[in-house]
Design a protein around this ligand. Structure first.
Ligand SMILES: O=C(O)CCC(=O)C(=O)O
Length: 283
């Protein structure tokens, strides 16, 4: 893998092409497909849905199910619903951790924060405004926290690509406020007025995007008729404070300099999850 650390430092983000084979993503896609199937069955049993849309592909089915019921996503991302060994194996996949290691060294903790995002056509809820991740993770701005973002299908400007303001991580954490009608806090001052500063990241399934907690980014409205599925999770150097973050209880070591193996097993992480206070707090 060609990991351009200087480019990352300059931009605050980096795309690594073809970081993961189809086979590495397939188990999580199967978990998501099962969730969609279960939800569709529940809606049919409740008399809300007549057609299960079983024959529709992954990038269409959830939208068709919701559309038939006159519904939309209730949440911007899935958490508890996709908690699984498949998810753990992706978070701890050697290719993912190799990229993280190139940027922060070989003692790595998974911060406990993970999401699967079903970005539906023309949906405002999953169209995130300009933000820096530290704006939503209190007291993290002095440390490096990296987000790994994986498209589960090809991503284009039309279906809701991520956009970045190159180099904006060097300006520090900006002030945010809440605006009526917005799900997410937004920067008090718009981070840019120049279209030239913005890079739109079209990506293929299997590519990996990694970004800094201080870089400004947003996701475009999905103007296509397919769902833009993606997964994202966060890492930092082992020992970095996660004090007070809602996901602290399910953080774990995923790579250690002196160990050949992932220091946390799936069974250990599952036990941590079972004991965690936030289990079930999010769908
Ligand atoms: O997936 C998206 O649309 C937005 C993700 C994002 O902004 C983030 O992970 O910080």
């Amino acid at each position: 893998m060609d990991i351009q650390t200087e480019k990352f430092e300059k931009q605050g983000y980096l795309v690594v092409k073809s970081a993961l084979h189809e086979a590495a993503l397939a188990p999580l896609i199967a978990v998501i497909s099962n969730v969609v199937d279960t939800r569709a069955q529940e809606l049919r049993n409740a008399g809300t849905l007549s057609n299960l849309h079983e024959a529709l592909p992954f990038e269409h089915r959830w939208h068709a199910v919701l559309h038939d019921c006159g519904r939309e996503n209730e949440v911007f991302g899935w958490h508890t619903l996709v908690f699984s060994e498949a998810l753990f194996n992706l978070i701890t996949h050697p290719n993912v951790l190799d990229v993280v290691e190139m940027l922060i060294g070989s003692d790595i903790q998974f911060n406990g924060d993970f999401w699967v995002r079903p970005k539906l056509p023309n949906e405002k809820l999953t169209t995130l405004p300009w933000h820096q991740d530290s704006a939503y993770m209190p007291k993290t701005e002095k440390d490096t926290h990296l987000t790994v973002w994986l498209p589960l299908g090809d991503v284009t400007a039309e279906n809701g690509a991520m956009q970045f303001l190159t180099g904006s991580h060097k300006r520090g954490l900006q002030a945010y406020h809440r605006v009526e009608g917005e799900t997410f806090a937004v920067p008090v001052r718009p981070p840019t007025s120049h279209a030239d500063d913005i890079e739109t990241l079209e990506m293929q399934k299997g590519d990996l995007l990694i970004f800094d907690n201080l870089v400004f980014h947003r996701s475009l409205l999905n103007r296509s008729d397919i769902i833009r599925w993606s997964a994202d999770f966060r890492f930092s150097r082992a020992g970095t404070s996660l004090d007070g973050l809602w996901h602290e209880a399910i953080a774990c070591l995923v790579r250690a300099y002196d160990s050949q193996q992932c220091p946390t097993s799936w069974a250990a992480w599952q036990a941590q999850w079972e004991a965690s206070p936030h289990k079930g707090r999010f769908v």
